[in-house]
Design a protein around this ligand. Structure first.
Ligand SMILES: [Ca+2]
Length: 114
């Protein structure tokens, strides 16, 4: 009987250890989320300097805590205000465990005479 109790205790201890390690290895397991600020798609007047409104980002951890990742968002754009056309602004971010959010894209339409 004592032997069985020991085995059960060992199994329980290893289960707990295993769960602990799993969480550590996989980070918090949730992707951060990016939300674009302002219109998408948006129109922009030709020859007027373009300033993107940006995006906010946050991450919800396994413990339910929300982390603001807005300052870590990487914004890239190829908007050329001297030429009429459709351009893209992309937003990317990773959380503390290196998990990347789904990339968000804003379409900027540079138009003549908005
Ligand atoms: Ca996360």
């Amino acid at each position: 009987m004592k032997y069985i109790v020991s085995i059960v205790t060992l199994v329980l201890v290893f289960s707990l250890l295993n769960t602990g390690c799993k969480k550590k290895d996989e980070g918090d397991g949730t992707k951060p989320v990016i939300i674009i600020i302002g219109a998408n798609p948006t129109s922009h007047a030709l020859d007027v300097p373009y300033t993107d409104l940006g995006a906010i980002a946050f991450d919800i951890s396994s413990t339910g805590d929300t982390t603001d990742l807005t300052s870590s968002v990487i914004v890239q754009d190829n908007v050329d205000v001297t030429r009429v056309g459709d351009y893209q602004v992309t937003y990317n971010v990773k959380d503390a465990s290196g998990l990347a959010a789904d990339e968000k894209i804003r379409t900027v339409k540079v138009v003549n005479g908005k």
